[in-house]
Design a protein around this ligand. Structure first.
Ligand code: SF4
Length: 479
């Protein structure tokens, strides 16, 4: 099992990588991750590599839920990987191949530790990693891919000429679409049929005596099957050894956190208001809410308007969000005072609420500037009870209440859009449902998300992007 030697980054830690030529540690761009990295890893690097890969895998899961055409899915993923987890081919002279491949390998191995702990996590990890490998395999340089495959020494039985002629009719039937000379030039492998269930189910291979005859042109199925089978076996082994790792008090919390992020379908996301964030006054909140709030915040706001009251976690969720959209402290005090209404005396407000509002703006107590809560935090922590209004409606509402809330976004019951959203909710892909809502209500092409194909991972990003789109359209209309 991979048992990292982690050290805390020391001052003066400078890594020197020779750009260009691949090292003997990572000779290929593609990797089956058979050998764990035997290196010193700083705690920083351990976390960074894992979080980077986690973002990629959750992004990939979200993309595959969004029913994009294959070409659009591939190009969107390629653009994302280029930015977040680039992996250049051996011929890319200006890339730091060693650094890229090291980050890739460490991220994979750390996540293995996180996701080995339950069958559900293992299955999702294998699915996501296999999809990532598939994308890289399909987009790899052909010569480098061939070298990589040769290095794996996969035990595939090549079908000889005599056997090929003997079964020519059956083999031809599985390649009916190919020209005669392409069929004649094809090489075939014989493998147990269970190792290519997708090809057998689609009747794309000839099966005899438990063996499937797979043409080289369908080699990818064999490679992916080998990749996922090895990874599954390795995860089972890791799971057995996990108790030993739980003793390490520096690594265990990081590993636990990664697993819960993956279960929520989201890597942690942060939101920092930019200097250009426009100020919002108490007066303006209602207008911004109607036009730009995501369902979690719209629900809280409507409940506050109706009941003149919110419980602790509801106040916290909405209050920090409002701070993030640009409501300054003095306006926040005006806003909350107004919302509590005449039923609450000034005295009570000052004694019980004023302090907490100032506290959340870093003006009392430890004077910490608390950030607005991300979707991951809202989805996974402080599960709401029946009387609570906090949480994420996509996760915490029943189907009927959710559809009623979505109707306030003018999404009709029974419409294709509503079905799309509810399908994602059924698949527990809550942020995908929210992203679809964003696309539908802002008239954005499917797959665009909140920009560049990104899913909604933070309520403040939802609102900020919605406001930007509105401004862009107003500008365009003026022009
Ligand atoms: S997915 Fe995030 S932004 Fe959307 S409703 Fe849920 S918590 Fe709010």
């Amino acid at each position: 099992m991979f048992k990292p030697t982690v050290r805390v980054k020391a001052e003066g830690d400078v890594k020197v990588h020779k750009r260009g030529a691949p090292s003997s540690r990572y000779p290929h761009r593609l990797n089956f991750y058979d050998n764990p990295p035997t290196l010193d890893i700083t705690l920083d690097e351990f976390e960074t590599a894992a979080l980077t890969r986690l973002r990629v895998l959750t992004y990939l899961e979200a993309l595959s839920q969004r029913s994009l055409p294959p070409a659009q899915l591939s190009s969107t993923l390629a653009a994302y990987l280029k930015q977040h987890l680039p992996l250049s081919s051996n011929t890319a002279r200006s890339a730091d191949l060693e650094a890229e491949r090291r980050l890739d390998a460490i991220g994979h191995w750390v996540l293995r530790l996180s996701f080995a702990r339950s069958p559900e996590l293992r299955a999702r990890f294998v699915r996501a990693e296999t999809a990532l490998f598939k994308h890289r395999f399909e987009t790899d340089d052909a010569a480098e891919r061939a070298h990589f495959l040769a290095s794996l020494q996969l035990a595939w039985d090549t079908v000889g000429d005599t056997e090929k002629s003997h079964f020519a009719r059956e083999l031809r039937a599985t390649m009916w679409w190919a020209k005669e000379d392409a069929f004649a030039a094809e090489t075939w492998f014989k493998v147990p049929w269970a190792s290519v269930p997708d090809l057998v189910a689609q009747r794309r291979v000839f099966v005899r005596k438990g063996m499937a005859y797979v043409p080289q042109s369908m080699q990818i199925s064999l490679v992916l099957q080998a990749f996922s089978a090895r990874l599954e076996a390795a995860l089972e082994l890791t799971a057995k050894n996990l108790p030993r790792l739980d003793e390490d008090e520096r690594l265990a919390p990081v590993i636990d956190h990664l697993a819960s992020s993956f279960l929520s379908g989201l890597a942690g996301a942060e939101f920092t208001p930019s200097d250009s964030t426009a100020l919002v006054t108490a007066e303006m909140v209602d207008d911004v809410a109607r036009k730009h709030f995501p369902p979690c915040m719209l629900n809280l706001y409507e409940r506050l308007k109706r009941d003149h009251h919110l419980k602790h976690f509801g106040r916290l969720q909405l209050g920090l969000f409002l701070k993030g959209i640009g409501l300054p402290l003095d306006e926040a005090l005006v806003f909350w005072r107004r919302m509590y209404g005449a039923a609450m005396s000034d005295d009570k407000f000052n004694k019980e609420y004023r302090y907490n509002i100032r506290h959340s703006y870093g003006q009392e107590g430890r004077r910490a500037n608390y950030p607005p809560r991300s979707c991951q935090q809202i989805l996974t922590s402080h599960q709401p009870g029946t009387q609570d209004a906090h949480g994420c409606p996509f996760r915490h509402f029943g189907p009927d209440n959710l559809q009623t809330l979505l109707a306030s976004y003018r999404i009709e019951r029974g419409s294709a859009e509503m079905k799309d959203i509810m399908d994602s909710v059924k698949a527990s892909a809550y942020h995908v449902a929210c992203t679809r809502l964003f696309e539908v209500t802002r008239g954005i092409k499917r797959g665009e998300g909140v920009g560049g194909g990104e899913s909604v991972t933070h309520p403040n990003t939802f609102t900020k992007r919605s406001q930007e789109i509105e401004s862009e359209r107003l500008e365009a209309a003026k022009a």
